[in-house]
Design a protein around this ligand. Structure first.
Ligand code: ADP
Length: 492
């Protein structure tokens, strides 16, 4: 539970407090210094309260030590709490973040044993994980303090309730979980309210509402744990297995959902970009056609207008082609015919065609190992990939740049490379640019238009020809896109 709101806090407020980290997309408002001071005082107060509680718990345990069985049971609960804290579970529909099931074992300790063991388990579980994750000291202090104080509240509640049969124990577990939850959320809510200078009551209500589902899950699991422990501690420990499986399954599901959401976002972006990309050449073609129709133009001007129509309609056709290819690849409607092809011929054909519309100030040269062995490939698809890579090299090159297409053969493979000395690609982006719709930040590419489909199509086509494609690049110094295909066997 604490984890749920804690993550919310980290996202909203803790960034500067912990590592001075700025969220990549959205800068966190840095509060004024009086707010920082108030937050620090609050964190120190919580941490001190926790240390006092731990000291009292240790001396109480020294005065009246638990039996060997109790110690063993407490160790099992501590181990389970640490594992649960290490692997928080995302709950779909809960916006606050992932939920740690550690609460179940801390509250369980309070109901099954007493507040002393609950306090120690809460303190040790959180401190182990937070220190293990090398969190900033202020965050370790607050999170550990929060769990410890909440565990003490749970212990005190359990002690105040009357003992009885199984039903009473289950009700005790329910009320004790509520006590832990209220203190836990209360401390976190107070921290958020202080940090954001917001009304305390509204912040607390918001935190409670956003964590109702995790609370319900936590409370019912605690009841199950206590009921099972009543029958046999061994049975209750066996609960850890299914819980871990559920947690892992839930994390996988959530990961898949996150990826789908990202794809959906990229698709929306793609639609917006494509509409823009379609509009620009259309407007140019329309404008040029109107000029040709309405005005008396000399032959040179006519030629220039026809040039615009030719270039822009070719750009439109490329765009529509890319969308069609991506859709065909997606639905598995692309067939590849592997034949023995001459790589030099393929490169020459593409380069010759590209040279006809090379922008002024850019050079395109070929450096081939002649004679190169024949490759087992679909010639048309190889030309399509090469064309795409050269088009990209042109798009992302700077004035006066050079593009070199080369061929190398080694170890039964033929490598096709397209090198440019253009903008380059940051290391973190080098894998992702082959993903569907993925484009670099338009600022990084001087606002050059595109759909983010070209390299995806290249990768899929090269995959279908049993090859591989990759990029090596340094930002600001250019890129080399390369793909390798197998050498053709004699029978092809
Ligand atoms: P696009 O239509 O956007 O060019 P691609 O899939 O062909 O789509 O390329 C994906 C992204 O990879 C581009 O948006 C661009 O940011 C980057 N990129 C591709 N080729 C190059 C290159 N030669 N130099 C620099 N960046 C490139």
């Amino acid at each position: 539970m604490a984890q749920t709101v804690r993550r919310q806090w980290v996202a909203r407020a803790g960034s500067w407090l912990t590592e001075g980290f700025r969220h990549p997309r959205q800068a966190v408002r840095r509060p004024a210094s009086p707010e920082i001071g108030r937050v620090r005082i609050f964190v120190v107060a919580v941490a001190l309260a926790a240390l006092v509680l731990v000291a009292i718990a240790i001396s109480a345990l020294a005065a009246d030590p638990p039996t060997a069985t109790e110690s063993l049971g407490a160790l099992a609960l501590l181990g389970s709490a640490i594992v649960a804290e290490a692997f928080p579970v995302p709950i779909e529909g809960v916006s606050a973040g992932k939920t740690s099931l550690a609460t179940v074992f801390i509250v369980g300790a309070a109901v099954i044993y007493d507040w002393r063991l609950a306090v120690l388990i809460g303190f040790l579980a959180m401190a182990t994980i937070e220190l293990g994750r090398r969190r900033a000291p202020i965050r370790v202090a607050f999170n550990t303090g929060d769990y410890t104080v909440a565990a003490a509240a749970a212990g005190a509640t359990a002690a105040a309730l009357p003992g009885g049969g199984l039903l009473v124990r289950c009700l005790t577990a329910l009320v004790t979980t509520s006590a832990f939850y209220l203190v836990n959320i209360g401390l976190l809510g107070t921290l958020i309210a202080r940090f954001e200078s917001k009304p305390l009551l509204r912040t607390l209500t918001g935190s409670l509402v956003s964590t109702t589902v995790p609370f319900a899950i936590m409370a019912s699991l605690t009841v199950i744990l206590v009921a099972l422990w009543d029958r046999s501690p061994f049975l209750a420990v066996a609960l850890v297995g299914p819980l871990v499986s559920i947690a892992l399954y839930q994390r996988r599901q959530h990961g898949t959902l996150d990826r789908l959401r990202e794809l959906d976002r990229l698709k929306d972006e793609f639609i917006a970009i494509t509409s823009h990309e379609l509009r620009t050449p259309l407007a140019s073609v329309y404008g040029a056609a109107m000029t040709l129709q309405r005005q008396e133009l000399d032959p040179e001007q006519r030629e220039s207008m026809l040039g615009v129509i030719y270039r822009e309609s070719a750009r439109l056709a490329r765009l529509v082609d890319q969308v069609l290819w991506a859709s065909r690849l997606e639905s598995g409607r692309v067939t590849t015919t592997i034949e023995s092809c001459d790589p030099v011929e393929l490169v020459e054909e593409v380069v010759e065609a590209e040279q006809t519309h090379m922008p002024a100030g850019l050079s395109l040269t070929v450096a081939a190992d002649v004679p190169a062995p024949r490759v087992a490939a679909d010639g048309e698809k190889v030309k399509q990939v090469l064309t795409n890579l050269i088009d990209n090299a042109v798009k992302y090159s700077t004035e006066g740049g050079g593009i070199e297409v080369s061929l190398q053969a080694a170890n039964d493979l033929v490598r096709f490379s397209v090198r440019d000395d253009g903008l380059g690609i940051p290391l973190v982006e080098q894998q992702r640019i082959f993903d569907k719709f993925h484009r670099l930040d338009p600022n990084m590419t001087r606002g050059v238009g595109g759909t983010g489909l070209g390299l995806y199509i290249c990768r899929e086509l090269v995959d279908q020809m049993n090859g591989r494609i990759w990029v090596t690049s340094r930002e600001g110094e250019g890129s080399t896109f390369a793909f390798e295909l197998p050498v053709a066997q004699a029978q092809l």
